[in-house]
Design a protein around this ligand. Structure first.
Ligand code: SF4
Length: 386
């Protein structure tokens, strides 16, 4: 299997989505407006630099006209907007990014363009191959630059900043051009800012990507692609067929008919019962408080009704204020082993995540079995947005 930065991050974001896109090869069912706008801006910047190669400097008016023509041509029905803005807002945002970029970098001759929208395909090691598309490669005084345009409204802090994508491209450049000095340049168009990184070596990224691919290969081997619900679900192209949302799409399509749909009705009944239980629990708590007060003020521990009686016990428990100190005392007294409990939850988690060494996992597996658990959660419909 050939990997890419997109496929690796798709797996990290949601293994199930990765399976749909890269194993089952299901075509995306819808496109979010952010990705659509990003593609149009990328096309316009590609045209700008391509025309420049032919000694033609586009005016900003020409560039915006091109962008809008492409926008109109590509705008088809399966594009969706998550946030409470119109498609027109996004079109204007793209225009704004292009204008800012144009005014900042005009006349676009900082370095010689080596390639635009360059398709790459190279071996990460003797086992794995990587492909991808680099937005722009330039060269200046023997230093190669990898340029990448970002159109998201997210400007990462130093701590959040992830160099992986362009570092992979740097490894590609070493392979394709024998490039020795490589600088990575991110253009955050929404902020008219660039981030530059120049490293002596990208070997740590090679290792990191190798280990990420190993995790994917493991998932493929075990056919283990869990759903990972998160903020990105709102933007997922596969939402209509995802088990988390499929029923939602079904009842949306049914409109009033949904009132007769079994699942829809069961959830409504379940919710009604939950609400009643909550109300009754609140009343129960009130009565419990009154019973405690009654027991205290009348100095009784048994309170009698017609068929039942309530027994109220007042007692004290020991609370450990400093667990570390207790641990140390027990260790010093050689009693730690006697009182410490094995953390089976952490072991199970480590096994699920394949974090244990193979030999250990093999040994443990003899004494482990998988059991199905079922939990039902009642949640609000509104989902968190970015
Ligand atoms: S909607 Fe969310 S959980 Fe479902 S496939 Fe997409 S990212 Fe994964």
């Amino acid at each position: 299997m050939i990997y890419s930065y997109s496929s690796i991050s798709a797996f990290e974001n949601c293994p199930f989505k990765f399976k749909l896109a890269y194993i089952d090869k299901v075509k995306p069912l819808r496109r979010n407006i952010e990705a659509f706008m990003g593609s149009r801006v990328h096309e316009a910047l590609e045209k700008l630099y391509r025309d420049k190669l032919y000694a033609k400097l586009d005016s900003i008016e020409e560039l915006i006209e091109f962008y809008n023509k492409r926008w109109k041509k590509e705008m088809k029905g399966n594009i969706f907007v998550v946030k409470e803005y119109d498609i027109e807002n996004y079109r204007k945002m793209g225009e704004m990014y292009l204008k800012d970029y144009y005014n900042t970098y005009k006349p676009f001759d900082d370095g010689r363009t080596i390639a635009l929208e360059k398709r790459i395909f190279f071996p990460l090691n003797e086992k794995y191959w990587i492909n991808g598309i680099i937005d722009r490669i330039t060269e200046k005084d023997g230093i190669y630059e990898v340029h990448d345009y970002k159109t998201s409204l997210y400007f990462p802090s130093k701590r959040e900043f992830d160099e992986t994508q362009l570092a992979i491209y740097a490894i590609a450049l070493q392979h394709l051009y024998d490039a020795e000095e490589i600088e990575l340049v991110w253009h955050f168009l929404a902020f008219n800012k660039e981030i530059r990184v120049k490293r002596k070596s990208y070997e740590d990224v090679r290792k990191e990507v190798e280990s990420k691919i190993k995790k994917i290969e493991n998932a493929i081997k075990n056919n283990d692609f869990p759903l990972k619900e998160g903020r990105l679900c709102n933007y997922c192209s596969y939402q209509p067929i995802c088990p988390l949302f499929r029923h939602f799409y079904k009842i949306e399509e049914m409109k009033e008919e949904a009132l007769n749909e079994e699942g829809f009705n069961l959830v409504n009944k379940y919710w009604e019962i939950e609400r009643k239980i909550e109300e009754l629990n609140a009343i129960k708590k009130e009565i419990e408080d009154k019973l405690i007060n009654y027991a205290r003020s009348n100095d009784v521990s048994h309170i009698y009704g017609s068929e039942k009686m309530v027994n109220i016990k007042f007692y004290k428990n020991i609370h450990f204020k400093d667990v570390r100190a207790i641990e140390n005392i027990l260790k010093n007294e050689n009693l730690y082993e006697k009182y410490v409990k094995i953390d089976l939850i952490s072991i199970a988690k480590a096994m699920k995540k394949n974090e244990l060494p193979d030999y250990l996992e093999k040994k443990l597996k003899e004494y482990v079995e998988e059991k199905e658990n079922i939990k039902i959660y009642l949640r609000n419909l509104a989902r968190e947005e970015l």
